[in-house]
Design a protein around this ligand. Structure first.
Ligand code: NAP
Length: 282
């Protein structure tokens, strides 16, 4: 058996097209475009590329972007002052602070100053708490993208046995809560799990967000499972997932490739969060 590939690029393009329709309608209705403010501090090469991609995705889909490229020497106070200004700016619906920040800036302190209504990344404690309580919230983009990828397979999440490997605040924990919200039975595995294979082998839905190239191999996966590979591991200039694609695709029913699976969905769901934020403030 050979797994069907879940095409993240295609699904992301469909979501962006929907976003564009809603953003254009908002522009007509309100006389202004939805807006995202993106703050980058310092010269991190990868961060610059991520920021450039996010800004061009906004520009291509009728969302105005406000870019703030600040020097490495920026203080915590200066950054907080900018965030507070953007919180009050009616042209800005979402605020994104590109991570990581330089070591002299406390990430949690800075992020806590973003208005929860403008939390484009969905990383704030208030939004994470609302996700846990099942209240409407701006949710982290990668987990939201994963749910869309799973939905695209048509596999029923209700009652499915879902296993998430990794428990980070930005992927593992929120995707577990979203799966639970969709009535899956969820097991979370992490580095202290005695033997995650005991769980992964029984998973109808397997989400892997660890950051270890090829950690999951075919014999660890249930026949016909939906396998979502979140990992992004660079080796010799190439990108690899956490899942050994060759062996797992022989067993799984559906599988995301790396690149071209989860990655493209993250930016698409960021745009969706801006729409959500803009419409909520309307
Ligand atoms: P992270 O914060 O480093 O978390 C990794 C998690 O994996 C931790 O919970 C850790 O357990 C667990 N873990 C480590 N070794 C393990 C093992 N041998 N067995 C089971 N669990 C193990 O990473 P992250 O931010 O969630 O990111 C994970 C991967 O996804 C990375 O490759 C990252 O680049 C990628 N990513 C991709 C996107 C995208 O858009 N495609 C977005 C975000 C992240 P403990 O908690 O016990 O330490």
């Amino acid at each position: 058996m050979s797994a069907q590939i879940i095409d993240g690029r295609k699904i992301a393009a469909e979501i962006k097209a929907q976003v564009k329709v809603e953003a254009e309608a908002f522009w007509k209705r309100k006389g202004r475009k939805m807006g995202l403010a993106v703050i980058l501090v310092g010269d991190d090469f990868a961060s610059k590329i991520y920021v450039r991609n996010k800004i061009s995705a906004c520009n291509e889909n009728c969302i105005r972007s406000f870019s703030y490229e600040l020097p490495e020497s920026t203080t915590e106070e200066e950054l907080i002052e900018l965030i507070q200004k953007l919180n009050c700016d009616d042209n800005v619906d979402g605020i994104l602070v590109q991570l990581p920040l330089p070591p002299h800036i406390r990430q949690n302190v800075v992020l806590s100053h973003i208005s929860a209504n403008k939390d484009a990344d969905g990383f704030l404690a208030e939004n994470a708490g609302n996700l846990m309580l099942g209240n409407p919230s701006l949710n982290a983009c990668t987990p939201c993208g994963i749910i869309e990828l799973i939905r695209s397979t048509g596999v029923n999440l209700d009652g499915a046995n879902a296993v998430v490997i990794g428990r980070s605040n930005i992927v593992g924990k929120p995707i577990s809560l979203l799966l639970l919200e969709n009535h899956a039975t969820v097991t979370m595995c992490h580095s202290h799990t005695a033997n995650f294979v005991n769980f992964s082998r029984h998973a109808d839905i397997l989400v892997v967000a660890v950051g270890k190239k090829g950690l999951i191999t075919g014999e660890m996966v249930k026949q016909g499972a939906v396998v979502i590979d979140v990992g992004m591991n660079r080796k010799d200039g190439k990108l690899f997932g956490d899942v050994d694609f060759d062996s797992v695709s022989k067993v799984a029913g559906y599988i995301t490739p790396v690149p071209g699976g989860v990655g493209p969905m993250t930016v698409a769901m960021l745009l969706k969060n801006i729409v959500k934020a803009a419409l909520r403030l309307e």
